[in-house]
Design a protein around this ligand. Sequence first.
Ligand code: KIV
Length: 278
Amino acid sequence: MENRKFTVSSFLKAKKSNEKISMLTAYDYSMAKLLDEAGVDSLLVGDSLGMVILGYENTLQVTVDDIIHHCKAVSRGVKRSMVIGDMPFLSYHINVEESVRNAGRLVQEGGAHAVKLEGGREVIDKIKAIVNAQIPVIGHLGLTPQSVNILGGFKIQGKDEKQARKIIEDALMLQDAGVFAIVLECVPEMLAKIISEKLQIPTIGIGAGKHCDGQVLVTQDMLGMYTDFVPKFVKQYLNLCGSIKESTKKYIEEIKEGKFPANEHSFSIDDETLRKLY
Ligand code: KIV
């Protein structure tokens, strides 16, 4: 792993040299620091924070202020990874001006290096304007969770020819509009392969198989610490839920038994001062 900062050109260079890009979500300082130190190329302050951090049913209630708040914390923890701020529902749907302003806030206030937004042809004008404002943009196609009510649930996309062709066309349109990468979520592996081969910019897959140019997972899924809903595409590299519950049980037990805190966790006072206090 190089120590140099991972930038937009690193994304493009990785695509050219066939090096896979790693991305994870992050929402707070201490986790961002750990993931950055472990060498992840980019950290997405995803609107998934609505579900995994704030406990909402979906991502629709997340606001620009929420993302900025978490972006600030993540940016403070990062030395090398590229921080991407996710544009939440309604922050780029009203008009071009609002979209640019909101993208700008993620950069200016949140410290994000780039933004991500969902959708294809219907958001092209917003993407062009944000790129024109010198803000790097990542696209997001396939299962776009902000459209959950239109899609009728969190379902795989692009299974039939019409849908698949639309996703391919949208990917090419996003590339022409100036995005520097595209997240492909929950699409068949071979569709992701076709798209990855057609594009000059990298694809970052989540539930899109091994042919994408990079992969992203929600960190809480990857570490096994969010179990409300575990999609098929998640690989749990750790069972943090188990470890956290076990450690917490031990902590409670030791408090009850008077084993914690022990001498090494306590502060002393000299005997003479102590005597005066009695
Ligand atoms: O919000 C998010 O975390 C995302 C990723 C899962 C791609 O959009």
